[in-house]
Design a protein around this ligand. Structure first.
Ligand code: SF4
Ligand code: SF4
Length: 449
């Protein structure tokens, strides 16, 4: 029986690219590599204009803070270091490299010298850190820090292959085409946490991938392939952990607090690659889809390639899009510039027409149907949160646990009143955070007097 969680919604899947094998996207003439592709401190460029760099060479470093090093995805010449808007609109320094087309690998890139069984957890953390790996499901948390903070606390390692967002099939294709990379990464993690068992969790709309994995695993009963009900947001860590272990993750707590650690399938494959070949994270699979893309594809893309390059490689637009989204349509970010670069967290680039628009100029009033309450996977009262947000009642919104909202949009998705609940919630969270910062600043000022 497929496992699941309480609440959530059934969304139209639109997985048109499920049969599109991953194609290697040729590296463009110029890549623009952002110095922040992860949660935490921005990296500082350690190269300058005129430098010749190799594929896989470190070009940005984070010293002494939470963050990830950044590596070059091509060999070539650094043209300049320039500020460009990232996919969230924030200005970030980019290292711009002219590709010489030689794919000259940096001499430091070598397979790890020891066998897995002789490698210590601290050495694994170092390998992952040096490879600049961050969560590739969209959260972009530095993976070395996740492993380091969970050492000694974990009973269940879960590889997240739910891929519950519509359109995206990058993980699905990875499992079908490269199951050994995911299994290899899981085994490295099991060794790191001294666990005898690991779980690969897949939604039951990807039974073919589960079959491939089970065939590869054969008699190996240490890895369990678990089927999950196809439901949104099944890929959210909290819902995944509950579905697989029955453990509930309270607000503000980390999966390790309930003995679990969750890794995205592509992150897991990147760990395997770093261990087996020494290759840092310089490329990722991106689903390019939407009803405005001429030839939707799954592409293996060098980081720093622009959305424009991807769209051109897919034949361009078939019609003028209403919206370009980085990520899935439920939690992705609408873009205003297609010259934004693909980063470690870019799972999809979607070009959608107006038929996918859920925005209403004039939302009608809430009719108190309770649908949003039933749908909320965090067991919140979304209609109340929307009402407090509209009335600017920040204290009440806090009292009703607005901070626990994972911004999945399940509440807004089929609200008959078309109330833009999640948009209200997001705006209110920003106001609450601004208020906290202002109060903190005032407190520090008063201490100085
Ligand atoms: S789903 Fe919409 S109309 Fe129904 S209770 Fe929630 S906010 Fe109100
Ligand atoms: S209130 Fe937040 S967590 Fe609950 S359904 Fe809405 S967006 Fe998702």
């Amino acid at each position: 029986m497929a496992l699941t969680f309480k609440g959530g919604i059934h969304v139209s899947e639109h997985k048109h690219t499920r049969k599109c094998a991953v194609e290697q996207m040729p590296a463009p003439k110029t890549v623009s590599i952002p110095m922040s592709q992860h949660i935490g401190a921005h990296a500082d460029p350690c190269v300058k204009a005129g430098d010749i760099v190799d594929l896989g060479q470190v070009i940005g470093v984070v010293e002494g803070k939470l963050g990830c090093n950044v590596h070059s995805s091509v060999s070539g010449k650094v043209v300049k270091i320039d500020e460009k808007k990232a996919n969230n609109g924030i200005l970030i320094r980019n290292v711009i490299i002219e590709n010489d087309g030689e794919n000259r690998l940096h001499p430091d890139i070598k397979p790890w010298s020891k066998k897995l069984e002789d490698t210590t957890p601290d050495e694994i953390v170092e390998i992952v850190k040096n490879a600049g790996i961050s969560g590739m499901g969209g959260a972009t948390f530095p993976t070395y820090a996740k492993i380091q903070s969970a050492l000694g606390k974990v009973e269940h390692i879960i590889i997240n292959c739910a891929e519950c967002e519509p359109f995206i099939t990058a993980n699905h294709r990875l499992l079908l085409e490269n199951p050994d990379e995911v299994i290899g990464g899981l085994k490295i993690l099991m060794h790191t946490f001294s666990l005898k068992e690991g779980i690969i969790a897949i939604e039951d709309n990807k039974r073919d991938a589960a079959k491939v994995l089970r065939e590869r695993l054969g008699e190996d009963s240490k890895v369990k392939v678990c089927l999950l009900k196809t439901k949104y947001p099944q890929g959210d860590e909290r819902q995944l952990i509950f579905a697989l272990t029955g453990r509930k993750l309270a607000a503000g707590k980390l999966p390790a607090d309930v003995g679990c650690c969750v890794f995205n399938a592509e992150t897991c494959a990147a760990i395997n690659r770093a261990f087996a070949t020494g290759m840092p994270l310089t490329e990722r699979i991106v689903t390019v889809d939407g009803d405005c893309i001429k030839n939707p594809k799954n592409l293996l893309v060098p980081l720093g390639t622009t959305y424009r390059d991807l769209i051109t490689f897919c034949g361009g637009f078939s019609k003028t899009p209403n919206k370009i989204i980085c990520g899935g349509p439920m939690m992705g970010v609408a873009q205003w510039d297609i010259d934004t670069a693909v980063t470690k967290g870019t799972s999809a680039v979607l070009a959608l027409s107006r038929k996918f628009e859920h925005y209403f100029e004039q939302p009608s009033a809430c009719i108190r149907c309770g649908r949003c309450v039933n749908n909320c996977p965090m067991r919140l009262m979304p209609s109340y949160l929307a009402m407090f947000s509209m009335q600017n009642k920040l204290d009440m919104a806090e009292e009703f646990s607005i901070s626990s909202c994972i911004e999945c949009g399940s509440c807004s998705y089929n609200c008959p009143g078309h109330v833009p609940i999640v948009q209200y919630i997001r705006a209110t969270k920003v106001k609450i955070n601004d208020r906290k910062r202002a109060m903190q600043a005032a407190l520090e000022q008063s201490k100085l007097k």
